[in-house]
Ligand binder design. Structure first.
Ligand code: AMP
Length: 416
């Protein structure tokens, strides 16, 4: 598949031809049409996958289409290091050959004067490290009011290098509603949290690493009645002889109930949630890491910040209300180039949540039945939007510490 199918204009196609780029890389195939269409993008891609061209080419096309005389900075690319800023700058210059477009690089550890001189010549695309950018903004040496796109490149590295405060300060000074492109090689809790604050209905793009064993997460979905989920979980773990299984539930109550059930089935299990003391949580995690217990059951909130390497199995006992949490959950497995398996148990009434996940990940998943655990076709479980809205509303209310209209069932309150 050549570049011509991606919607790029003729002059960019001839530049690519001259550069000897014959076919787009996977990240380019996936990202270029989305960026051209103006969408926010959240992409998992490492340097070396062709990610710079994946955002530079469509952005060059968008800016040249909008460009007016004396235009201000339209695109801002933030990079963690001076070297990357220089590389990205060179890429923009290379890809915009023959077009009337100015790209400037601004980074710390070098005199600001030549950078200011370059900016005064006109700048459509600014590639900058966070510290230097902040200096330029605070001293009012640049105007970002006409910015249309922000690219955060190597977001994970940026956070590792402690740039979060700078980034937050920069974000406050950018116009609202701009297109944001978020690139990160990994998605840990901090990166995920940052992406959530920055992106608006992002298109998710994940590509395998180049020159490394691809990180592969097999995603399997079992349709099962809710009351049979605990038995199916125990069966899957036992029959497949899985060790080190992280299980997610939506509520604290479900964590406790499932841990109890699994223990009854002879599977050593540690429960973790917000009502457990820090000591109990640390002990549970330690026992899980050292293999003393086979299963860790946790809520999404309790699982944040858990750093467990080489995890092979994740089970979604219940699908999350927030589809992005699904990506976060399954990202716990298949780390560092290892294969991983993410199993989700889906009851009839959770099918709308599966549809949300499919929409978010632009994927279609096959719901399979496990022999002996086939769903009862007469099950009267219903799914309707009213119920969903009420659940979401209650979740939010509980997060804010407000009262909800959840009726306690048989005197036992449902805890989250
Ligand atoms: P990046 O991941 O953006 O750092 O790009 C890695 C290298 O791949 C750079 O040297 C690019 O010039 C090169 N490159 C990017 N896209 C292509 C392509 N479609 N075909 C050939 N080379 C490419």
């Amino acid at each position: 598949m050549g570049f011509s199918t991606l919607g790029l204009q003729a002059n960019l196609l001839s530049t690519l031809d001259a550069l000897g780029y014959e076919d787009p890389t996977p990240i380019q195939q996936a990202a270029i049409p989305q960026v051209l269409a103006g969408h926010d993008v959240m992409a998992g891609a490492q340097t070396g996958t062709g990610k710079t061209a994946a955002f530079a080419l469509p952005l060059i096309q968008r800016i040249t289409a909008q460009k007016e005389a004396n235009s201000d900075i339209r695109v801002l690319v933030l990079t963690p290091t001076r070297e990357l800023a220089q590389q990205v700058h060179q890429s923009f210059v290379r890809y915009s050959e023959g077009l009337n477009l100015n790209t400037v690089a601004a980074y710390g550890g070098a005199s600001i004067n030549p950078q200011l001189a370059a900016l005064s010549e006109g700048c459509d695309v600014l590639v900058a490290t966070p510290g230097r950018l902040l200096e330029l903004v605070i001293k009012e040496l640049i105007d970002l009011n006409n910015l249309t796109t922000l690219v955060l490149d190597e977001a994970d590295r940026m956070l590792d290098m402690g740039f979060i405060t700078d980034i937050t300060r920069i974000l406050k000074r950018l116009p609202e509603g701009i297109q944001t492109l978020f690139f990160s090689a990994t998605f840990n809790d901090d990166v995920f949290a940052l992406s959530k604050t920055m992106l608006n209905q992002p298109k998710l793009i994940e590509v395998a690493q180049r020159n490394a064993t691809a990180t592969q997460i097999e995603q399997r979905f079992y349709e099962v009645d809710s009351q049979r989920k605990a038995a199916l979980t125990a069966f899957l773990i036992g029959a497949n002889n899985w060790h080190q299984v992280l299980i997610f539930t939506r509520t604290k109550q479900a964590v406790d109930d499932l841990a109890k059930e699994l223990k009854k089935d002879g599977i050593s299990t540690a429960p973790i949630h917000g009502d457990k003391s820090q000591g109990a949580r640390d002990r549970g995690l330690e026992d899980f890491k050292t293999g003393k217990v086979r299963v860790l059951v946790a809520t999404d909130v309790a699982a944040r910040g858990l750093d467990i390497d080489q995890l092979q199995y994740v089970i979604n006992f219940e699908l999350p209300y927030n589809a992005e949490d699904y990506i976060h959950r399954i990202g716990r497995t298949g780390r560092a180039g290892n294969a991983g398996l993410a199993v989700s148990l889906v009851s009839h009434k959770e099918k709308y949540l599966l549809a949300d996940i499919e929409k978010l990940t632009s994927a279609h998943f096959l719901l399979q039945w496990q022999e002996g655990f086939e769903p009862n076709p007469d099950a009267q479980e219903t799914s309707n939007n009213a119920k969903r809205k009420s659940s979401k509303k209650n979740l939010r209310a509980q997060a804010l510490g407000l009262k909800t209209n959840n009726k306690a069932k048989k005197g036992r309150p449902r805890r989250r």
